[in-house]
Ligand binder design. Structure first.
Ligand code: DMJ
Length: 625
């Protein structure tokens, strides 16, 4: 059909005058610009935005390299537009039961649908590069053999007996896992079956990977060999599920790295790097702050559904540094270190309320989302990784050191409290208001402050050692004040309470390690025998209340001796609780703190001695071997 021109109406101008046409066009272009510009202000989750703005458009401005981070070419990171703007002070009192930034059991993966970050990491050269990393050379750079003299066996017969008891507990926990839950993530010791859960995105065998190093240092070699064989034949990294970036990193990547450094088995290195590569897409956000959940198959990532406004969690994105630096070390691929240095850089630059780091940060804007600060769940291991990054760098990472001590000063000024009964504790901070509660998770801080004491200002050394001892004492009190002599998930210092849980929902104990972890560090730092005694009290309580016929189980209420079990043998019980107990009753040269730092899942990672590793003499010695 042919359209004919209507008489008297020009086809082009519909009869409008030139000035009217101009005004119309101006209006039209203004409208288009406005609509397009508005896309930038839409939440990241809006599909329209993803369609119209390509990755490069919503991405980066590099954060300058003025902090001395040589290779920290920041790939992603928006300009911190609102650095001078006060972040919102509202706190949404979401009580999320977290274990160091993770939900304690089956995490609800319902998510706030946010940007897909499925951009695939290209190239296969992220694989471990055995040409550049020499295991022999690394071993030469250690001050002591990893297992020490006589595998750390203590001369004192009673201590040795206690150590043997802990080894027996490990064997018992392992044997039952193997018998009833082999290849699953965790053992359900009452029902005698396996638990898979949804934290690991379809990965299996969390208890196997978490146990490798513990079995090895305890000399449980048949068990270690079974575990190694399982990793070789059955650890399938091509899973397609939704995983917690944090959990996969601390348990799987950390466990595999430790197993490699202790044994030299290439298998573990290759698996660690292969898995590390699968985690990289989580960092494809406008700021480079990773999201909490990642589909290991597609690389798509999300924020946790419970994390307000699509935020990422401090203890999650702040607990990647140690493992990622080692992934670069082993693969010679700088990308891992670049990713975590970018996080560091953003956190260093952003304005902090009273010098404190709130627990929720938007991976899109790079701003804090809420003002909840905690040394326990949601915040904990971020602080731990600052001081350990410094120690692991052979004390060369000065930014980490500075950030740690500045944060600790802010914590002392704002969170550290003394109870009427004289107990020192770390309160939580909610937009300036103190919540006089301390979580079991926060009890790791005794050990952390202890290992950092030597490197702050010289005159503060004793002060930090005292603070570490006081916190550890308080956490021990939370154990002694219960009927079972095990500590609750959280204890309070208000309404007349002193280191006791006041809420029914806080009374459980799920085989967590943090209190024992602090005993172990304080023992190594002071050799005060009380720490070994306290550790032994914990062993007796675990045996009495948590040991069941087919493994160990958490309990629902530490204040009653007619215990109700939760039917779960957490993988961190094998990785952390039993390992720290074993180290507590061993000589100090078993995994000497001069050579090793422990990741937050108690997997030992070696201090990187670049001065030695790059020394030609060491090279020659190695080659001529
Ligand atoms: C472990 O998975 C790690 O220690 C993590 O940092 C938080 N806590 C659990 C055990 O309690």
């Amino acid at each position: 059909m042919v359209f004919r021109k209507l008489p008297g109406v020009s086809a082009s101008g519909m009869g409008l005058r030139l000035s009217q046409k101009f005004m119309f066009l101006l209006f039209l272009s203004g409208l288009v610009t406005l609509c397009f510009g508005a896309l930038f202000f839409l939440p990241d989750s809006v599909r329209l935005k993803r369609i119209f703005l390509s990755k490069t458009e919503i991405q980066p401005v590099t954060v300058g390299s003025d902090q001395g981070m040589t290779s920290a070419k920041v790939e992603a990171g928006i300009k911190l537009k609102s650095q001078s703007r006060k972040p919102p002070v509202s706190y949404e009192a979401t009580e999320v039961r977290l274990a160091g930034g993770k939900a304690q059991e089956d995490l609800n993966l319902s998510r706030s649908k946010t940007e897909s970050a499925s951009e695939k990491v290209t190239s296969s050269n992220h694989g471990a590069n055995s040409d550049t990393f020499s295991y022999k050379k690394f071993r030469r750079c250690l001050f002591k053999p990893p297992l020490g003299r006589d595998s750390g066996r203590p001369a004192d017969p009673q201590t040795n007996e206690r150590r043997e008891k802990v080894k027996e507990m490990m064997k018992f926990a392992w044997d039952n896992y193997k018998r009833y839950a082999w290849g699953k993530n965790e053992l359900r010791p009452l029902t005698r079956n396996g638990h898979i859960g949804n934290m690991f995105g379809g990965l299996r065998g969390a208890s196997v990977v978490d146990s490798l190093d513990t079995l090895y240092i305890m000399g449980l070699m048949d068990e270690y060999n079974d575990a190694k064989e399982w990793v070789k034949t059955s650890l399938d990294l091509n899973s397609n599920g939704e995983a917690s970036l944090f959990e996969v990193n601390i348990r799987y990547v950390g466990g595999l790295l430790s197993a490699y450094y202790l044994t030299g088995e290439e298998l573990f290195k290759n698996k660690a790097v292969e898995l590390g590569e699968k985690l990289l897409p989580a960092f494809n956000t406008p700021t480079g702050i990773p999201r909490g959940v990642i589909n290991l198959g597609s690389g798509t990532s999300w924020s946790w559904g419970w994390a307000s406004a699509g935020s990422s969690i401090l203890a999650e994105f702040g607990t990647l540094h140690l493992e990622f630096v080692h992934l670069t070390e082993l693969s010679s691929n700088p990308v891992y270190t670049e990713k975590v240095m970018n996080i560091r850089k953003l956190l260093n630059k952003i304005e902090k309320p009273h010098g404190l780091y709130p627990n929720f940060l938007s991976p899109v804007s790079g701003n804090w989302v809420q003002h909840h600060v905690s040394i326990g769940g949601l915040g904990d291991s971020f602080y731990e990784y600052l001081i350990k990054s410094y120690l692991m760098s052979d004390k060369t990472d000065d930014d980490a050191k500075k950030m740690y001590y500045t944060a600790l000063e802010a914590i002392e000024a704002n969170l550290v409290q003394k109870s009427p009964g004289g107990l020192t504790y770390m309160a939580e901070w909610r937009g300036g208001i103190l919540d006089h509660k301390m979580g079991h998770l926060a009890c790791f801080s005794g050990g952390m402050i202890g290992i950092g004491a030597d490197d702050g200002a010289a005159e503060k050394r004793q002060h930090y050692l005292d603070l570490a001892a006081e916190i550890t004492h308080t956490c021990h009190e939370s154990y002694t004040r219960s009927a079972t002599k095990l500590g609750p998930e959280a204890f309070r210092f208000d309404s007349g309470a002193e280191a006791t849980a006041t809420r029914l929902s806080d009374r459980y104990y799920i085989l967590r390690p943090e209190v024992i972890e602090s005993y172990m560090y304080m023992w190594r730092l002071t050799h005060d025998p009380k720490y070994r005694e306290w550790g032994w009290e914990a062993v007796e309580a675990l045996e009495q209340h948590c040991r069941v016929e087919s493994g160990f189980s958490g309990i629902r209420d530490v204040y009653t001796t007619s215990v109700s079990h939760d039917n779960m043998q957490q993988s961190f019980f094998l990785s952390e609780t039993l390992k720290y107990l074993y180290l507590l009753f061993s000589d100090d040269d078993l995994l000497s703190l001069e050579d090793w730092v422990f990741n937050t899942e108690a997997h030992p990672l070696p201090i990187i001695r670049n001065s030695c590793l790059q020394d030609d003499a060491t090279q020659e010695k190695t080659v001529s071997e």
